[in-house]
Write a protein that binds this ligand. Structure first.
Ligand code: COA
Length: 166
């Protein structure tokens, strides 16, 4: 298993990974349909993420397949440029092998050492115990709650807002 920065060439595999993880859990903002973007749009997105200073898109690759992703997006407006938002998703078959931890460790290192950010934040479904344990392990604290953040099949779910200072 290798963790590396994504390039435009990973676009199809990244979208496939999103469809897979989206279909395996109801914790994400999309389901088995994946992200509503074309491969072309995803290519352009990954190119921009690789180029811009405050952005990072990582892939965990095994046997030629993308089995996990992590992203860091920071604000382009000067007043928001000190903070970054994180997203992580790992294929269910690979859970519990330390891949989420390895992705998050690299995002945090990059955010501090390369992007010079001061605050990291994320939103996580309040009953997503595995993800919350992962974030707490890396020093994130719950700072708020968004009631009814996500609606899946008529059921609404609360999300925790978590933050960590760098
Ligand atoms: C959350 C997620 C990224 C974790 O990935 P992972 O590769 O399984 O993570 P790791 O193997 O590094 O485990 C991370 C931590 O999860 C916790 N954990 C592991 N198994 C657990 C379990 N059964 N119950 C609760 N917590 C558990 C542990 O704290 C573990 O750290 P430790 O092994 O050092 O104790 C992954 O489960 C996932 O992608 N889930 C679906 C999408 C998602 O929820 N993304 C987060 C959206 S905010």
């Amino acid at each position: 298993m290798e963790i590396r920065k994504a390039s435009a060439a990973d676009a199809e595999a990244v979208l496939e990974c999103c469809r897979q993880v989206g279909g395996e859990t109801d914790y994400l903002t999309y389901g088995a349909e994946g992200l509503p973007v074309t491969v072309e749009t995803e290519r352009a997105f990954l190119e921009r993420m690789a180029r811009e200073r405050g952005q990072l898109f990582l892939v965990a690759v095994e046997g030629g397949e993308v089995i996990g992703t992590a992203s860091l997006s920071s604000g382009s407006r000067p007043r928001l440029a000190h903070r970054g938002e994180i997203g992580i998703a790992v294929r269910k078959a690979a859970w519990g092998r330390g891949i989420g931890s390895a992705l998050l460790a690299e995002v945090i290192r990059f955010a501090g050492e390369e992007a010079g950010l001061r605050i990291l934040s994320l939103e996580v479904r309040s009953d997503n115990a595995r993800a919350i344990a992962l974030y707490r392990k890396f020093g994130f604290e719950k700072t708020g709650i968004f009631r009814g953040f996500l609606r899946v099949g008529g059921q609404e779910y609360d999300f925790d807002l978590m933050q960590r200072e760098l």
